[in-house]
Design a protein around this ligand. Structure first.
Ligand code: NAD
Ligand code: DAU
Length: 350
């Protein structure tokens, strides 16, 4: 069946890979990318598909009820894949309300628009909410996050994502909307905004700038290549059981300091620098407030029930990622200078 899928946050890091995958893999679908183009939205991420006949862009804020109403009616949206969010933990510590507005209020607004537009045939439409492993809190004694792990968010970001997950499930229970939620671990790869650990460190090594490591660098994250997350989203969208939750992860835990050292070593090689040059840039800085110690996803359910698994080993993914940043200097310089924000005006005219 032909679908008209609203993908929110499609100009962001993960959203851009999801949009590219769906536009190219499913020419029979129409993909409507809704994005407010905040600092994190970059339409240059979508150059490869911007002229595809099955791709449309709508600049809109999920907090804007009238805009959502207009977009659902105009495009006759059949399904939603919701990625739009404020995504950076450090920003949530300095401005929590921005996270409540987009991640909580915006998500409820989007649920309302879908419910209103799909009323009478709710069972025919899917609302897929893309979420994070951070809703489960912080692991201290080994073990893994399962889909049944109780929520225990510790940062304003994760609290806002947890609230949005609860609203999605509440709409499924109360209004019988067909919904699915996935909770994924840390992504890395092309198009990652250089405020996040891996692209920030790559950019700073390139420019011989200090590499800020929070605390002692002992915190552990589970890393997944972004295109594998996009493939998982495709799998959950098409094969996931409505009402279910799927954890997505890389079975790939790293201490931050070890990742930073790996990046230093690989970039010294690639840039033809003396071994050890970049490690000298490592600077231990004040820890993030309330810094979660360890995240680790058990992704057995999606593997066993839906047949998804990561395609790339971390060493391979990190090579591809470093090479991408080194080969896409213009992307990086336009992001760091802010020039990427002119792309919409230049190409869409208003
Ligand atoms: P991102 O910050 O790179 O992109 C977010 C996108 O949402 C941007 O294009 C931005 O312009 C848009 N946006 C923000 N506020 C909006 C609003 N009010 N209305 C419309 N659009 C808005 O984020 P990301 O890292 O690609 O994450 C995407 C989703 O995946 C988020 O929901 C995040 O919580 C989740 N997630 C991220 C990771 C990760 O490692 N990055 C891991 C698991 C889950
Ligand atoms: O786990 C999934 C989450 O991963 C997503 O839901 C979030 O949207 C995404 O931003 C990411 O959150 P993290 O806080 O884990 O990612 P970040 O890249 O900001 O930090 C990764 C780790 O590195 C974390 O332990 C903090 C540390 N760090 C980060 C930065 C930016 C540093 O030591 N130095 C830094 O400069």
């Amino acid at each position: 069946m032909s679908k008209i899928i609203l993908i929110t946050g499609g100009a962001g890091f993960i959203g851009s890979h999801v949009v590219q995958l769906f536009v190219t893999k499913y020419p029979e679908y129409t993909i409507v990318n809704l994005d407010a183009l905040t600092y994190a939205g970059n339409l240059e991420n979508l150059k490869s598909v911007e002229n595809a006949p099955n791709y449309l862009f709508e600049k809109a804020d999920i907090q804007d009820e009238a805009a959502l109403d207009r977009i659902f009616k105009k495009h006759k949206i059949t399904d939603v894949i919701h990625l739009a969010a404020e995504s950076h933990v450090d920003r949530s510590i300095s401005d929590p309300l921005a996270f409540v507005k987009t991640n909580v209020f915006g998500t409820v607004n989007l649920l309302n628009a879908a419910k209103k537009y799909w009323t009478g045939e709710l069972e025919k439409h899917l609302f897929y909410h893309v979420s994070t492993d951070e809703v489960y809190g912080s692991l201290h004694d080994g073990g893994f996050f399962l889909e049944t792990t109780p929520y225990d968010p510790q940062s304003p970001y994760s609290a806002s994502k947890a609230a949005s997950d609860h609203f999605v499930r509440a709409y499924a229970n109360t209004y019988k909307m067909k919904t699915v939620v996935s909770n994924c671990s840390n992504n890395y790869g092309p198009n990652h905004f250089p405020e996040k650990l891996i692209p920030l460190v790559i950019n700073n090594i390139k420019n011989l700038k200090p590499l800020p490591v929070y605390g002692k660098g002992e915190n552990v994250r589970d890393w997944l290549y972004v295109k594998d997350h996009a493939r998982a989203i495709d799998t959950v969208f098409h094969k996931g059981v409505p009402g279910e939750t799927y954890n997505i992860g890389g079975f790939n835990e790293w201490k931050n300091i070890d990742i930073v050292r790996l990046l230093c070593q690989k970039m010294d090689e690639k840039l033809g620098r003396e071994p050890g040059t970049s490690e000298k840039l490592i600077t231990f800085v004040q820890d993030r407030a309330g810094h979660d110690l360890r995240y680790a996803i058990d992704a057995t359910k999606i593997q066993k029930e839906l047949g998804w698994e990561p395609s790339l080993q971390f060493e391979e993914g990190i090579e591809i990622t470093i090479d991408w940043y080194l080969q896409n200097e213009e992307w990086l310089s336009r992001v760091t200078s802010g020039a990427y924000q002119d792309y919409y005006k230049e190409h869409y005219g208003n």
